[in-house]
Design a binder for this molecule. Structure first.
Ligand code: SAH
Length: 228
């Protein structure tokens, strides 16, 4: 998936962003055990600073923590985005569903590694900003939807991978229904303040669950999440 800016010239906004991005990958990801070369390359290519609020200093955009994206929401720490992405085991043709578009950064990373990405966001303003950035960057394999993502996105199911980037009290049943055979779902499950990353994998009618460590996400609000 090629990335471009509006003028069609290479995406990179100069050496500064590229340098910070490579350092982020080397120190925060590879340096902390992310081994998947394709995933590391995806993080080298996607300009994280473009997904941050315009006033965010460039250095902060590549720092080792989550960042505010407006509307009380956040873009996750790079390492968390990487760990969730690795857990999905993405392949080129995979059909992916993301719940919680937010800034669109995770969706852009997914688009580098898989086939089509359906991404669902409940806050229209966030979905619209992310959607225009996808168009600007030439990320044509991402389809963005404004919807309650706890219901999934049935129109394009089944999926090879589903990632939920907001925290839920339980796994929304529609997401398991929309997971294809051999497909994986990554979702933070727990209380509003603290969760555990759960990786669910479908084997025919059976679902196998793996616990992948503690995490903190903003709440998933909706029919099968926290009350709105
Ligand atoms: N993946 C994002 C992180 C977004 S934070 C990124 O890379 O920037 C989580 C997002 O989930 C927020 O934007 C929030 O509005 C959204 N969200 C919460 N509940 C939702 C629901 N039921 N359906 C869709 N999106 C939801």
């Amino acid at each position: 998936m090629p990335l471009r800016d509006t003028k069609g010239s290479p995406m990179d906004e100069g050496a500064a962003a590229g340098g910070l991005r490579n350092r982020m990958v080397d120190e925060q990801l590879a340096g902390r055990g992310v081994r998947d070369e394709d995933v590391l390359n995806a993080f080298r290519r996607v300009p994280r600073h473009r997904f941050c609020l315009p006033e965010t200093p460039l250095r902060q955009a590549y720092a080792d923590h989550p960042l505010p994206i407006g509307h009380g929401q956040t873009i996750s720490q790079p390492l968390m985005v990487a760990e969730m992405t690795v857990a999905l085991g993405l392949k080129r043709g995979h059909r992916v569903l993301e719940i919680g578009t937010g800034s669109g950064y995770q969706a852009a990373i997914l688009a580098m590694l898989a086939g089509t990405v359906e991404t669902v966001e409940r806050i229209a303003a966030l979905a619209e900003t992310a959607g225009s950035l996808f168009r600007e960057l030439g990320l044509t394999t991402i389809n963005s939807h404004i919807h309650d993502g706890t219901l999934g996105w049935a129109a394009s199911a089944p999926y090879d991978a589903i990632v939920v980037t907001a925290a839920s009290p339980e796994i929304p049943p529609p997401l398991l229904d929309q997971l294809g055979d051999g497909g994986r779902l990554a979702i933070p499950v727990g209380s509003r303040g603290l969760q555990e990353l759960i990786i669910a994998e479908r084997h025919g009618p059976d679902i196998v669950y793996r616990h992948a460590g503690g995490c903190r996400f903003v709440p998933l609000l909706g029919q099968f999440g926290w009350p709105d």
